[in-house]
Design a protein around this ligand. Structure first.
Ligand code: NB4
Ligand code: NI
Length: 188
């Protein structure tokens, strides 16, 4: 299982690299990697596992964060969170997006960033994505709200982009044109 000690932190060159496309059929190694990414996210939302392994809660994690520069990530929102999205995305891409932007009113955090960086992270409010599952079947989804924000945060990791690259350094909480604020209790 993935532990915090497996998660690389900012400053590590892999976090600034463009990750490689994944070939199908998946190698046993890549299938195991994808499944372990999902396992981490699910574990990180389970009080006992958090306690036992000192995990930092997350709703997503990308392969580069465990020093695997491959275009794979997992996102998981459990039922309680009111968002039902639990996906492994391989070779994901955004095929279209809204003009309207959105941002988390509470800002964003990252398992690879051990400091709080305040500020709005402008992202697309609604996106249509395509990705492949473990069997190599392509799937298409329309996402909005927190799932859309999470998908864009993870996709950024595959392109060597960190959430704070989007924050207006002069005025981190400057009003964002044509954007909607997403308010969620993100108990990290
Ligand atoms: C990715 C997110 C940062 C902004 C929004 C949120 C948490 C992360 C980073 C968008 C994607 C990890 C991956 C949370 C969290 C709400 C749901 C369900 C019950 C606790 C959980 C807490 F932990 N971000 N952490 N950061 N990243 N919501 N929640 N709650 O997930 O670095 O690249 O369990
Ligand atoms: Ni992150």
């Amino acid at each position: 299982m993935i532990l915090m000690s497996d998660i690389i932190r900012e400053g590590h060159p892999t976090l600034r690299q463009r990750a490689e496309q994944v070939e199908f059929p998946l190698t046993e190694e890549n299938r195991k990697l994808a499944e372990e990414l999902m396992e981490y996210v699910v574990n990180s939302q389970d009080e006992e596992m958090i306690e036992k392994y000192d995990l930092r809660p997350g709703v997503g994690i990308a392969a580069p964060q465990v020093n695997e520069p491959k275009r794979i990530f997992a996102i998981h929102f459990d039922e309680e969170s009111g968002e039902d999205l639990s996906i492994i995305a391989i070779n994901p891409k955004i095929v279209s997006h809204s003009v309207e932007k959105a941002y988390l009113a509470s800002g964003e955090g990252c398992l690879s960033v051990d400091r709080s960086i305040p500020g709005y992270v402008p992202r697309y409010a609604r996106i249509t994505i395509k990705a492949f599952d473990l069997e190599g079947n392509e799937y298409k989804l329309r996402l909005k709200g927190l799932p859309a924000i999470a998908f864009q945060h993870e996709l950024d990791h595959l392109n060597g982009v960190m959430f704070y690259d989007h924050i207006n350094s002069d005025n981190p909480f400057a009003e964002i044109e044509n954007a909607v604020a997403i308010t969620r209790d993100i108990a990290e």
